[in-house]
Design a protein around this ligand. Structure first.
Ligand code: GTP
Length: 554
């Protein structure tokens, strides 16, 4: 169902046609219901009115989405009018009936005049790479050399320039992923900023711009922000800090698409929302049967639930309360989507459960923006809850939990999963000689390297202080050893700078197969034993766990 923008328009137009056909079948039924209401006696009219309110409420919420805004407006008027009659508690007079019939004729006319709809042209998010092309302007080899080395170790491609005009010309020809400019290399920073912001103008997506400077004053920061700078590094520069910032920038873009679970008994409406969200780069799954909510949650792990309020079997607020019965899903925001405009009724739904209320009909862009903002916030919160603050990697308990799930999955699918324990060598010395802050930078650089070099499906956790646990699903042992060895070599190449001194670190690792046991603690213990051997054998090496040879009794 995922559409390219061209066939997205086609698919949305097809949904509109289906909706129109459905409406044309529905109009005689609505007319009949209206007639029943008008002819109802003093005892039954309330019951008939309640049915009318429900039907026109639903219509008011959906019609606008399918290019029938006129139908939606008149349906809303009918709903409001009948609701007002209900609240007056008296049998409607003849004039009221005439007015309702008049509204109905208007609605029929509007159904024959669908308005041309301009579909949202929101672009899908870019699929980005972790190896960026970087244009660098820097005259000082003491800065550019370690920086170039670090960026290269992380797989980036760096093109150096000595002249800003040449750098800008190259960026115009082929926009890079990032531009880094050392402001101290320029005679006139105001003119340089003008040139750089000029470069950004024609770009659909501005090129991320970082600057290095020896100036640490507010006026310089402000000048930089006004020129579109998004990263300002005061010298002396630590290349690892720059790389960490770079990785945050790139990983924000290459992050998994946000997942939205749409629960709506109206399939056409749900399909329309799903298409619009998918076109904006989000993933959407539809659930029309509320009874399947927990299967949907477990299968899809949504960042957001988009929930219809009026469903026949179970109302939206009831379903939201059901979801909240399980702690596991407490963090997933629930957004109601309903044509209910009465704020008191909206509040009543929110008090039961749920986090937000969107009112139908809603424009495609408003839907995307509201969902995107909620999903982003939910993802950030989930990360804070499960990720380590220094490295952004899974915390001890969470990596163990994920390892457990991977071991189960591997056993079920008869696949290999490899597990590795990594530890930085003589790390105590790093802290003692260069200070705890520098030690932290070494830890976070290794975390960045792991994130950058491993596959998206691999799991990385900070197991302890300077100890990391890697879970590599669908990976044979020999391949795992090769990958971990490459990580070891890459880490040893990273230059760290502290108080003008450059130093390097190494790591040791133990690798084992997760298929040896389904017990998390046993697998971790095997990886740990192999790591211990690597340390004992002189460090800076990777050792594969060898199960003890059984001693045969005579
Ligand atoms: N800077 C910093 N240091 C940490 C952190 N967590 C643990 N450490 C330090 O890491 C050091 C680990 O030292 P040890 O376990 O003795 O091992 P080592 O010095 O790395 O030596 P080997 O592992 O035997 O090569 C201790 O000094 C801890 O204080 C952290 O988050 N930041």
């Amino acid at each position: 169902m995922h559409g390219t923008p061209a066939n997205l328009e086609q698919q949305l137009a097809e949904l509109n046609q289906q909706y129109l056909r459905r409406l044309q079948q529905e109009i005689p039924q609505l007319q009949w219901l209206l007639l029943q209401f008008i002819q109802a006696g003093p005892l039954e009219w309330r019951e008939q009115a309640a049915v009318l309110v429900l039907r026109f409420h639903t219509l008011a919420g959906s019609a606008g989405t399918f290019g029938l805004a006129g139908v939606g407006t008149v349906a809303k008027s009918i709903e409001k009018h009948v609701k007002a009659l209900l609240s007056q508690q008296q049998v409607p007079a003849r004039e009221e009936h005439a007015l309702l019939q008049q509204y109905f004729v208007e609605m029929q006319q509007a159904a024959g005049q669908p308005t041309a709809q301009s579909f949202s042209k929101a672009k899908p998010q870019r699929q980005d790479k972790t190896d960026a092309r970087i244009l660098l302007l820097c005259h000082d080899p003491l800065i550019s050399q370690p920086m170039g080395q670090t960026l290269k170790t992380f797989g980036h491609q760096v093109e150096r320039f000595v002249d800003l005009t040449q750098l800008v010309a190259s960026a115009r020809l082929d926009p890079p992923d990032v531009i880094i400019v050392d402001l101290d290399a320029l005679d006139d920073s105001t003119a340089a900023f003008a040139l750089l912001s000029n470069l950004q103008c024609p770009q659909a997506q501005p090129i991320p711009l970082f600057v290095l400077s020896s100036q640490d004053e507010f006026s310089h920061y402000l000048q930089a922000v006004r020129a579109g700078v998004i990263g300002y590094f005061v010298k002396p520069l630590n290349p690892a800090t720059l790389e960490a910032r770079l990785q945050r920038l790139l990983s924000v873009r290459e992050r998994d698409a946000f997942r939205v679970l749409i629960v709506d008994d109206d399939m056409l409406l749900a399909q329309h929302y799903a298409l619009v969200l998918q076109n904006a780069g989000l993933r959407a799954e539809i659930l029309t049967d509320p009874a399947e909510i927990f299967q949907g949650l477990r299968r899809f792990h949504p960042d957001v639930i988009l929930l219809d309020v009026n469903m026949p079997e179970c109302s939206g607020p009831e379903l939201a309360q059901t979801v909240r019965l399980q702690d596991e899903w407490l963090g997933v925001p629930i957004i109601y989507l309903s044509s209910e405009t009465d704020s008191e009724r909206q509040m009543a739904s929110l008090i039961k459960a749920g986090d937000d209320f969107l009112t139908k009909p809603i424009s495609d862009n408003a839907l995307v923006v509201a969902i995107f903002a909620r999903a982003q916030r939910a993802r950030q919160l989930a990360e804070v809850m499960t990720k380590d603050s220094l490295t952004g990697l899974l915390q001890h308990a969470h990596i163990k939990e994920r390892l457990g799930a991977e071991l189960e999955r591997a056993a079920r699918l008869q696949q290999n999963v490899s597990v590795a324990m990594l530890d930085i060598d003589h790390f105590k010395k790093v802290n003692d000689v260069y200070g705890h802050l520098t030690g932290d930078q070494v830890i976070s650089s290794l975390a960045n390297l792991l994130r950058q070099q491993l596959r998206k499906t691999d799991l990385i956790g900070r197991y302890g202080g300077e100890e990391f646990l890697l879970v590599l699903p669908e990976c044979q042992l020999d391949k795992a050893c090769q990958v971990v060895n490459q990580l070891r070599e890459a880490f040893a190449r990273i230059p760290f700078v502290s108080n003008g001194q450059t130093f390097h670190c190494t790591l040791s690792a133990g690798v084992t197969s997760g298929s040896d046991s389904q017990q998390v603690d046993v697998v971790v213990e095997h990886a740990d034993q192999a790591l211990y051997q690597a340390k004992g054998a002189g460090r800076n090496q990777v050792i594969l766990y060898q199960p003890p040879v059984p001693v045969l009794n005579e």
